[in-house]
Design a protein. Structure first.
Length: 396
């Protein structure tokens, strides 16, 4: 889809185009929408990350739909732009939403490079902004601001949770292996911090150029080092190939493979038996027993015909946080200071478990340990409870 294409819909009345949103009819702005709340969605709708953007959008839409199409008494109008996961286009598209469409609230995005550019503009504009996925540490670190909220994770935070889980599993020696780019560097740094603090030793850090998937030399080096475990961050097709190559190299029988949840999410079926035994850590998991998740999963599957994933939860919770802020000010987004203060104090039961923010407006949350077996990520238990992001460099 072209980056210039816009999609307008509100939660005030159903119309056609149900295929666009996977079976749920979107909502078109009615003639009397002067009091509508305008939310700009800067999400990928084309390319590799399109399914992630769609899941986030669906989660956000479902939350509003469950509340009769309005938040704090104001009908919701979504204005969506496809960011194409292209950082060079991020500033233009953000400006189009903030200054062109004059959105009341900005929600985005998936790609950290796009999000970093988006946040820089949002900070200056003072527009209420929710990041439902991008994990760049700087967003709730050096780029933090009172109007910037993240409902997903920071890269370092999820790495730290995995390092803690590996120590708890008795692992004392590991090799890290990832792509050499911001997300990989930050996840490895978080892992290394927690793993070494727990008495573990990272004997080698292997980094490949992004998006290189020629893993033979890295796997040969791992085989020669013979560590207890490998901590690895890859995603999508790269993750599937790494897991299969790891098994084909004969390593899975003697070296444990660990990583953040993105190592296995979405590739469970593709890796087949080669993925059996891979352990991952994520802030959401299938098999949670809280009533909020049971209700969310039932509603999401009824609406879209598929099970929700972590991205859908992050979009859903973004609207929950916004709802709390709007309710506190009676829907008056002009009362930004009071609205943002209420959002920062948000504390509720999410489908993922207890949700609240740390001082830098990044979720303080539970991370879960999972094991891939038979094409499914099975919940093993809690990896870290109430884990906050370090928020390095955040002064707001």
């Amino acid at each position: 889809m072209s980056s210039s294409r816009r999609e307008f819909f509100t939660m005030a009345g159903a119309v056609g185009l149900s295929g666009l949103l996977g079976g749920v009819a979107p909502f078109v702005r009615p003639a009397s929408a002067a009091g509508s709340l305008k939310i700009g969605l800067l999400l990928p709708a084309s390319g590799t990350y399109a399914p992630l953007g769609e899941a986030i959008r669906r989660g956000a839409e479902l939350y509003v739909k469950e509340r009769g199409g309005a938040l704090a008494g104001r009908a919701v109008e979504f204005t969506a732009l496809d960011d194409e996961s292209a950082p060079p286009k991020a500033a233009e598209l953000t400006n189009k939403l903030v200054y062109g469409e004059k959105v009341d609230v900005l929600v985005g995005t998936v790609h950290s490079g796009v999000a970093a550019a988006m946040v820089k503009i949002a900070r200056e504009a003072g527009v209420t902004t929710l990041d439902p996925n991008a994990g760049a540490d700087a967003i709730t670190g050096g780029l933090c601001a009172p109007n910037i909220f993240r409902t997903s994770f920071s890269n370092g935070q999820i790495g730290e949770a995995t390092g803690k889980a590996m120590i708890a599993a008795g692992i004392k020696e590991a090799v890290s292996c990832t792509w050499r780019y911001a997300a990989g560097d930050e996840m490895v740094a978080g892992f290394e911090k927690a793993f070494e603090a727990g008495g573990g030793k990272v004997v080698k850090k292997i980094a490949l150029p992004f998006p290189d998937v020629e893993f033979q030399s890295a796997l040969a080096e791992i085989a020669s080092l013979k560590p207890q475990a490998v901590y690895s961050f890859f995603a999508g097709g790269g993750a599937a190939k790494f897991i299969k190559d790891f098994s084909a190299a004969g390593l899975s029988g003697s070296v444990q493979l660990w990583g953040p949840g993105f190592l296995t999410d979405g590739v469970e079926a593709a890796v087949g038996a080669a993925g059996d035994g891979v352990k991952t850590v994520l802030h959401y998991a299938e098999g949670l027993t809280n009533p909020e998740d049971a209700a969310f999963r039932k509603a999401f599957e009824a609406a879209y015909g598929v099970a929700p994933d972590v991205y859908a939860v992050q979009g859903y919770d973004a609207m929950h946080v916004l709802d709390i802020g709007l309710t506190a000010v009676g829907g008056d987004v002009a009362k930004k200071d009071a609205m943002h203060a209420a959002m920062a104090k948000a504390k509720f039961a999410s489908p993922r478990g207890p949700f609240e923010f740390s001082a830098n407006r990044n979720p303080k949350q539970t991370f879960y340990l999972r094991e891939l077996k038979g094409g499914k990520n099975h919940l093993l238990g809690v990896a870290a409870e109430g884990l906050a992001d370090a928020g390095k460099g955040c002064k707001a």
